[in-house]
Design a protein around this ligand. Structure first.
Ligand code: C5P
Length: 224
């Protein structure tokens, strides 16, 4: 489509998810949570008894993913239905995130999800949240933002998120998972996590959500 895209990439816990949903609400734009797609392929694999190294079967699952995203008018409270079953919370576990990052290293699975991601571009614009939004999926996005924070700070944030959702969590286990996931996401051969050459990099370690949101909105208005 011809509508503008703001590509937001970065490692898990960098604040991307929160910033993207606030941006979508503030601007009234659509939201693509691309990580959810990889998590959904992982969950579908579990449901269908497909092993995470069975590339051919994973590609079939990715290509035929039966998923519906429900978004309210203010871009909040997204509900996710996989094969008729509500999985909004089920895909948010650390286990599901780890599965997603294993699956996401397979190039053919990424290719199978490419057009599905591009189809999210619609009027008046799209906030795209992921790891390769600026580098691969939306290379022509007029604004690309790369968010980072220290691994310790990201582990703290993830821990608090899970606790607030009423899910069990161990801070040490989360830190180890984040480090393992960073290593996998940054070192893989296909679409590794890295800032696009024309991305604006923001280190959010010592910044509040409000500060980060304000600086991204400021950039968006400059490009607008
Ligand atoms: O962002 P989220 O934690 O939901 O993503 C889960 C995993 O999916 C990431 O660790 C990453 O391996 C993978 N992913 C990806 N490319 C994206 C989004 C997510 O490889 N655009």
């Amino acid at each position: 489509g011809d509508f503008p895209v703001i590509a937001v990439d970065g490692p898990s816990g960098s604040g991307k998810g929160t910033i993207c949903s606030l941006l979508a609400r503030e601007l009234g734009w659509n939201l693509l949570d691309s990580g959810a797609l990889y998590r959904l392929v992982g969950l579908a694999a579990r449901h269908h008894g497909v092993a995470l190294d069975d590339e051919d079967a994973l590609v079939v699952l990715a290509a035929h993913l039966d998923v519906q995203f429900g978004t309210s008018a203010n871009q909040q409270e997204v509900s996710i239905i996989l094969e008729g079953e509500e999985v909004t919370n089920a895909i948010r576990t650390e286990e599901c995130g780890a599965d997603a990052s294993i699956i996401a290293a397979i190039g053919s699975v990424r290719a199978a999800l490419l057009e599905r991601q591009r189809a999210f571009v619609s009027e008046p614009g799209l906030i795209a949240d992921g790891r390769d939004m600026g580098t691969v999926v939306f290379p022509d996005a007029p604004l690309k933002v790369y968010l980072t924070a220290s691994a310790e700070e990201r582990a703290n944030r993830r821990y608090n998120q899970l606790i607030n959702k009423g899910l069990g969590a161990s801070l040490q286990a989360i830190l180890e998972d984040i480090q393992a996931r960073d290593a996998r996401d940054m070192n893989r051969a296909v679409a590794p996590l890295k800032p696009a050459e024309d991305a604006i990099c923001l280190d959010t370690t010592d910044q509040s959500i409000e500060e980060v949101l304000a600086s991204v909105l400021d950039q968006a208005r400059h490009k607008g």
